[in-house]
Design a protein around this ligand. Structure first.
Ligand SMILES: Cc1cc2nc3c(=O)[nH]c(=O)nc-3n(C[C@H](O)[C@H](O)[C@H](O)COP(=O)(O)O)c2cc1C
Length: 239
């Protein structure tokens, strides 16, 4: 089959697009609003961008979500890793509730303070990334007046719970079981891992990069260029 998204002419009972880019890791994102109220919501359009320094992005399509606006206005957010064990709490925090209602309270989640940013961390999540807002990219939608906002942040601090690491010092993903979104109402969790070393002339270099071996001596990192001011006015729909 072939279809053109702009025509929506797939002829299927459900739009297949969300089932194509799968699985999508879920960034479970904590922010504070300007009054200091905690907000927590899952974003499956979530990925890393670059490694050194690491950046992450999440994409908000709803037009009026709290998370992108809070991240942009306060300059900080925290990505908590969503896991299979926490799946129901993740679902609870996806509800659209007014800013004065706390999603962590709704889901019965204890929060922990962060070290470098103000938004707190979900205590039961095994991995947290503290992020400083870098910039937003706006994409058009077919709904008049609504934009998609892609929020990019630099990861400035990473917490990994001791029991989320193997004795060899690797993330124990089959124990953590990171949760991921598929299409429709489907989810998956990482339950199996297989290993495949790279081949060819760049094998050694590729292998070091893929494994995450340090490429430069540890120490004080080179200064990261200051964040580009967001070219996003406060009243942009989608913020
Ligand atoms: C697992 C899951 C993943 C989601 N991913 C996204 C996403 O990538 N982008 C988006 O705009 N909304 C996504 N949503 C919906 C938001 O979580 C929902 O709109 C939420 O109310 C936003 O909260 P906020 O206004 O506090 O940011 C997702 C929902 C669930 C359950």
């Amino acid at each position: 089959m072939f279809y053109e998204p702009v025509r929506d002419d797939h002829g299927l009972p459900f739009n297949p697009f969300k089932s194509i880019c799968v699985p999508r890791p879920i960034g479970w994102i904590t922010t504070l609003d300007l009054q200091g109220r905690v907000n927590l919501a899952p974003y499956s359009q979530f990925q890393n961008l670059g490694f050194d320094p690491p950046f992450v992005m999440f994409s908000a399509s709803g037009g009026d979500q709290h998370t992108p606006r809070n991240a942009r206005l306060t300059g900080e957010f925290v990505c908590n890793m969503a896991t299979y064990e926490l799946r129901e709490a993740v679902n609870v925090t996806a509800q659209a509730v007014p800013a004065e209602e706390s999603e962590p309270e709704l889901a019965g989640l204890e929060m922990l303070p962060s070290r470098l940013v103000k938004p707190p961390r979900v205590a039961r999540s095994p991995v947290h990334m503290e992020c400083r807002y870098h910039s937003s990219v706006m994409l058009p939608t077919r709904a008049p007046g609504i934009s998609v906002e892609i929020v990019i942040g630099e990861v400035v601090g990473v917490h990994i719970r001791d029991d989320a690491l193997t004795p060899e010092g690797r993330l124990d993903v089959t124990r953590i079981r990171p949760l991921a979104r598929m299409g429709y109402l489907d989810y998956t969790a990482v339950d199996t891992v297989f290993t495949m070393p790279p081949i060819g002339s760049a094998e050694r270099r590729l292998s070091r990069g893929m494994e995450g071996r340090p490429l430069r001596s540890a120490g004080v990192p080179a200064a990261v260029p200051a964040a580009v001011p967001a070219a996003v006015p406060d009243d942009v729909p989608g913020g």
